[in-house]
Write a protein of this length. Structure first.
Length: 255
């Protein structure tokens, strides 16, 4: 949140019609503002693991080099002379990582045109960009149907789950940072698991291995057997009840 205040992203906080829980910039500040405090090796491992979980292109944490600086909402000049403002830029020894973050995981908000503008702007204004690899990491705002070669993508949920796993056995002060980030996610109404879309779910069901299909068949047989046994039991119970009634009232005549 401190980074959002410093960079003037707090102008909406007093607006009654726009609650903080809906804000992209405050979410970015709460999560990445704390990620920068992680020990360098853990930070690089979190980034690489989150990237590799969702992309065919692999990110090697050991190849990034030392972390040199982190910029929040830096302003760059595009060749067309327009100003471009990525959300976060991590400058490593061997890599410049642009982070373009969007508000939600389950709404398409990422666009190739914006990615291109940010990459072109950094190449145009960054000192000696050719000496380092340049990558863009799109966080959130994608259903996976907008892709481009060289662009890494991950979800907020994957990023924070990866952080939690990478820091599982870390020192207490690091675990405190992780818990702060998870609380920030909850405060911004962000689920801690990736959304499942119907088309994706259907594809996964069709791809289930044969052993699962056999298990389903077995469960269906068990359910059928239980139903038959229950029917038999019900008939027996009704028959017993009928006999008891006849024994009790059979000799009584009303006239």
């Amino acid at each position: 949140m401190l980074q959002a205040l410093i960079h003037g992203k707090h102008h909406h906080l007093n607006r009654e019609d726009t609650p903080i829980s809906f804000k992209e910039d405050t979410l970015t500040a709460c999560v990445f503002g704390r990620l920068q405090y992680l020990p360098e090796e853990i930070l690089k491992n979190v980034i690489a693991t989150a990237v590799n979980s969702n992309n065919s292109a692999q990110c090697d944490a050991n190849s990034l080099g030392a972390l040199q600086e982190v910029f929040f909402w830096p302003s760059y000049t595009h060749p067309s002379q327009i100003r471009v403002e990525p959300d976060v830029v991590f400058e490593f020894e061997h890599l410049i990582l642009i982070v373009e973050a969007k508000r939600w995981d389950n709404i398409q908000q990422q666009y190739v045109e914006q990615w291109d503008r940010e990459i072109e702007a950094i190449k145009f204004t960054y000192p000696n960009p050719a000496s380092k690899e340049l990558r863009l990491l799109a966080v959130g705002g994608s259903k996976g149907n907008v892709t481009k070669e060289g662009i890494w993508q991950t979800s907020w949920a994957t990023l924070v789950k990866t952080l939690d796993a990478c820091c599982k056995d870390a020192a207490q002060h690091i675990r405190t940072l992780v818990e702060d980030i998870k609380c920030s996610m909850a405060y911004h109404d962000m689920p801690m698991r990736d959304p499942v879309y119907l088309d994706t779910f259907a594809a996964k069901v069709l791809a289930l291995p044969l052993c699962v299909a056999k298990a389903d068949f077995f469960l269906a047989r068990v359910a059928s057997s239980l139903t038959k046994n229950l029917t038999t039991f019900t008939k027996a119970l009704n028959s017993t009840f009928s006999v008891d009634v006849q024994k009790t009232f059979g000799g009584v005549h009303h006239g």
